[in-house]
Design a binder for this molecule. Structure first.
Ligand SMILES: C[S@@+](CC[C@H](N)C(=O)[O-])C[C@H]1O[C@@H](n2cnc3c(N)ncnc32)[C@H](O)[C@@H]1O
Length: 297
């Protein structure tokens, strides 16, 4: 790894981590960057690279990240060619994201676009306007896109829904727009909570969506008709046994954030520890999302 400055000098900044590698390795690298704490990841050509943005105070994650990047050949993936790390000011970071976040449709009805876009939605579309700030979740990452598409299929009016790891609030807002009567959205990052709250207000669903600062399942109360969870594989594997506490019989669990090589283990954990049944799997590049159902009593 080459570092332009010592990351400990850049606590007020973000670190841009540029990992040069052939496209076959991009999804695995993106997953490793997210697991290391990057809130945003971009795929770029010329030179082919994955760029992650890590909060400056998490610079201590870098040696562990380098170790994980070194394991790519063990998964029959090409090795990393170079890693460059650079401090980025918050202002530059915002400017970078503004260039990459465009209006996009998901499923049959959901249109997600930046708050600064002037594009008018088509009459049948449900518009979600976001200012992502420093949080994860614009729809440009496959894990979010897969969730939006599955929510478009499974959310029914008047459902009570939980969104674990809400980031920008994108999935929670989508559920409210699709007719949910109540959405409890949890994140353990105080900044994400602030951003999600602002986004819920911006979309006129502040009454329906309750944003909670909490660690995972601890932020939930009562039972839900559907629980969406776009957090890394280890979260699904380690906490699957808690699902039945919060999911009503016949309810749905949407598991996303799973890189292909972890899918079997995540699926097994959810089927065996939570006793759910897999209904549907969707894949985008090497990311996987599964919709599970708790059998009716
Ligand atoms: C991959 S992002 C998903 C954001 C958004 N839901 C989406 O689909 O784009 C994961 C989010 O989960 C949050 N997170 C990670 N671990 C968590 C935990 N244990 N409890 C609550 N939130 C967590 C992160 O702060 C981040 O905002």
């Amino acid at each position: 790894m080459t570092q332009k400055k010592n990351p400990t000098d850049t606590e007020a900044h973000w670190l841009s981590i540029q990992v040069q590698a052939p496209p076959q390795a991009w999804d695995a690298i993106a997953s490793m960057l997210i697991e290391a704490g990057c809130t945003g990841v971009q795929l770029c050509d010329q030179p082919p690279r994955v760029v992650g943005y890590l909060p400056g105070e998490q610079g201590a994650q870098l040696p562990a990240l380098q170790e994980r990047l070194n394991t790519l050949p063990q998964f029959d993936l090409p090795p990393v060619m170079a890693v460059h790390i650079q401090p980025v000011s918050e202002k530059d970071w915002h400017a970078l994201w503004r260039r990459h976040f465009r209006s996009r449709r998901f499923g049959t009805r959901l249109r997600v676009q930046p708050s600064w876009s002037k594009r008018k939605p088509n009459p049948e579309e449900l518009l979600i306007q976001l200012d992502p700030g420093l949080a994860f979740g614009t729809g440009s990452h496959p894990t979010t896109a897969l969730c939006l598409e599955l929510l478009d299929t499974y959310v029914r009016p008047a459902m009570r829904i939980a969104d674990l790891g809400t980031g920008t609030g994108i999935l929670a807002i989508a559920c409210a727009k699709l007719g949910a009567s109540e959405v409890v959205a949890v994140d353990n990052d105080p900044l994400a909570v602030q951003i999600a709250e602002a986004n819920a207000q911006r979309n006129g669903v502040g009454q329906t969506v309750q944003i909670v600062l909490s660690d995972g399942w601890e932020g939930l109360h009562g039972t839900f008709d559907l629980i969406a969870c776009n957090i890394i594989s280890t979260f699904h594997i380690q906490t699957a046994s808690r699902i039945p506490e919060f999911l009503r019989a016949g309810g749905y669990y949407l598991a996303s954030g799973i890189i292909g090589r972890n899918w079997r283990e995540v699926r097994q954990a959810i089927e065996q520890k939570a006793d759910l049944r897999l209904l549907e799997v969707r894949k985008r590049r090497t990311w996987v999302a599964g919709m599970f159902q708790r059998p009716s009593a």
